[in-house]
Design a protein around this ligand. Structure first.
Ligand code: MIC
Ligand code: SF4
Length: 641
């Protein structure tokens, strides 16, 4: 039987296990990336393992998330990251150089390689034919130490693309269509592999947009073949030496196939408050818009911005709209400044934003009260923009640009200038903002300002856990709900300070109530519905609740990266055997788990709800390796043994 691209690359990197869907496997990791908001913790963890230098092929540390410097904290973090990178053999991409996924695509991603990154949108690199997976910082630290990465051998969903996009329809609409079909839950341990005649009509940046938002479906990664379009992109960056063709075998078998006819696709929109709420732009046409933001790791490539410029050329932004444009990288910024595109933006009245995550993570450009914000990024969770009452809609750059001019949602279908924008033959490439580590780093001093805390610590789990259902939440709780970013981001390197904001926007009393229980020696339990922990890879969504005394999350289902983070930091991920038992537990119920160690080993628990006097069956969602770390109180403790 022929192989899919996914299985070809996994096979080349297999270290342990059998390549059979659903089996635990371990793979060798060639490349790693971190970004500043997850990176400080990852390097503190790496240091705490006593490692002198990174051991994998390529490790890059980006500064792109916390670039707004209000107070000393973020700059302190950057200095720590710069110096620890030099000390440990990591390439450092300075603030201003761009968003990690955009720069990685331009400078480092290669077909057939494996990458893990401490950011959930790491799979963007699947656009270049790389197996690229998002993970928690600790798993990235371990990959930098040369250790393999464990995952469940995935189910391969083949997405067959036919035809070609019509003018005004964009790669963003392709992934919104995929989100309409697959939704934001229930896709754990799957991958999306694209194939079919339509693939060759899409450039690498378009493919990257599509792979980027596979993360919203919760798949482990998404991947495109490596073909002539891949070669063109690498050549335009002077990196064609790294090209190799990778295609699925003709007789490759997918576990499921979903077909999209690109020629009949129309512009789509994700409505508040989930990237999975998909409508047609035509159905909402005319909706007044207050803010338009173009950028983020989803849609900030040179090609995206050229399309936007064609629409904005000679026009002025509507008086009721604030338009912001953030080029994805310094390369993109330099290209648009050289060819006059930047001038078009300035003349149209756009506010030019830094080449960074910025608005996407709620760092700035928060919309006004109750206002409508149209954005090209990938997440529109409630409150993520910084304004809880705002309504954020996700669209393509074409839809965003047209709407910015009229102040109302516009449908770009067949309304944008017709000729397709081709990839330039040469991209401006300049690695001056990358700092390569010295071969001998013995003289390098690591700088630690007062914002740089300690790596997380935890004790082995007790055999009886007695406490309360400190919080009960519903379905689709994202890591943004658990651990807010935006204005709170600057505490990422300081666990005690950041912990004060756990569940801030869900229940602002949680942190105080939980830490009081912890101080009395009681266990904190969180009860949740399905798809708990979707969204970001931030391990702080496990580390900070753990610091507050969280011992177990009891849910209907838990998303992949968050489940791994819970195990890494010694928190039990428990699933209701009967989903309806979720209804039996109320917030503040007194709960007890006995024979914890034995139950971990067997993988089954009986929860005693003392308040209701009932027993509930739970299953532990953990691999054999994760069971060991849960007993020890986390992966770091296990490694130290
Ligand atoms: C995000 O888009 O939510 C982030 C911010 O990039 C996160 C990482 C983080 O929380 O630092 C992600 O996607 O993993
Ligand atoms: Fe940055 Fe937004 Fe991309 Fe996350 S999704 S990496 S915050 S641009």
């Amino acid at each position: 039987m022929g192989l899919t691209i996914c299985y070809k690359i996994l096979k080349d990197h297999l270290v342990k296990g059998e390549l059979v869907k659903g089996n635990p496997i371990s793979i060798k990791i060639d490349q790693t990336l971190t970004q500043d908001a997850t990176g400080t913790m990852a390097y503190l963890e790496f240091e705490s393992m006593g490692m002198d230098r990174v051991k994998n092929e390529l490790a890059v540390s980006y500064v792109d998330h916390n670039t707004v410097q209000v107070g000393f904290e973020n700059f302190d973090d950057h200095e720590y990251l710069r110096t620890v990178a030099a000390k440990k053999g990591v390439i450092y991409s300075r603030a201003g150089n761009g968003i990690c996924h955009q720069v990685q695509l331009e400078c480092f991603a290669l077909p057939g390689k494996t990458l893990i990154g401490s950011d959930s949108h790491t799979p963007t690199q699947g656009g270049l034919g790389e197996v690229a997976i998002g993970a928690g910082g600790l798993d990235v630290a371990l990959a930098m130490a040369g250790l393999p990465f464990s995952l469940i051998c995935p189910k391969v969903v083949g997405i067959k693309l036919e035809g070609a996009l019509r003018p005004g329809v964009s790669a963003k609409d392709v992934i919104l269509k995929v989100l309409e079909r697959f939704g934001v839950k229930g896709n754990v341990n799957s991958v999306f592999e694209y194939f079919g005649d339509g693939v060759e009509t899409l450039s690498v940046p378009e493919r990257a947009t599509i792979c980027n938002m596979g993360a919203e479906c919760g798949v482990t990664f998404s991947i495109f073949p490596s073909d002539m379009r891949t070669y063109e992109f690498l050549k335009a960056h002077g990196r064609e030496a790294g090209f190799k063709e990778i295609k699925a075998d003709l007789d490759a078998v997918y576990d499921e196939v979903y077909e999209i006819d690109l020629s009949s696709l129309e512009p789509l929109i994700a409505t508040p408050h989930s990237p999975g709420n998909i409508s047609k732009v035509s159905e909402l046409e005319g909706m007044p818009v207050n803010q338009v933001l173009i950028g983020s790791c989803t849609n900030s490539s040179y090609l995206d911005l050229k399309k936007v410029a064609r629409i904005l050329d000679g026009k002025t932004v509507a008086p009721t709209v604030s338009l912001g444009i953030a080029p994805g990288s310094r390369e993109v910024l330099e290209m648009i400044s050289q060819d006059g595109t930047l001038t078009t933006f300035i003349k149209a009245g756009a506010r030019i934003l830094e080449s960074a995550c910025g608005f996407c993570i709620g760092n700035h450009q928060s919309p006004g009260t109750d206002s409508i914000s149209l954005r090209t990024n990938n997440r529109n969770f409630e409150g993520r923009s910084g304004t809880k009452s705002a309504k954020v809609y996700l669209v393509s750059p074409e839809t965003a640009a047209l709407s910015a001019i009229s102040g109302r949602l516009e449908n770009p279908l067949l309304r944008v200038p017709y000729d397709k924008i081709e990839l330039p033959e040469h991209f401006y490439t300049n690695d001056d903002m990358l700092i390569f580590p010295p071969a001998d780093s013995s003289g390098v001093e690591i700088k630690r300002g007062p914002n740089i805390g300690q790596p997380p610590k935890s004790d082995p789990i007790g055999n009886t856990l007695e406490g309360t259902a400190t919080l009960k939440v519903g379905d689709k709780i994202t890591t943004d709900h658990i651990m807010p970013a935006g204005a709170r981001l600057k505490y990422r390197s300081n666990i005690p300070a950041y912990s004060a904001f756990v569940f801030e926007n869900v229940d602002s009393s949680f942190a105080k109530r939980a830490s009081a229980l912890r101080d009395e020696g009681k266990a904190v339990f969180v009860i949740a519905g399905s798809s708990y922990g979707q969204g970001s890879s931030r391990e702080h969504a496990a580390i900070c609740p753990q610091y507050l005394g969280l011992k177990a999350v009891i849910a209907k289902s838990i998303e992949r990266i968050h489940q791994a983070n819970l195990c890494n930091f010694g928190i039990l991920p428990l699933l209701f055997e009967m989903e309806e038992d979720y209804d039996l537990i109320s917030q503040d119920d007194e709960l007890e788990l006995d024979d914890v160690i034995d139950s971990i080993e067997k993988g089954v628990f009986t929860l005693f709800d003392k308040t209701k006097n009932i027993k509930i069956k739970l299953n532990l969602f953990a691999s054999d390796e994760q069971k060991k770390m849960l007993i020890k109180g986390g992966k770091l403790n296990l490694l130290r043994d």
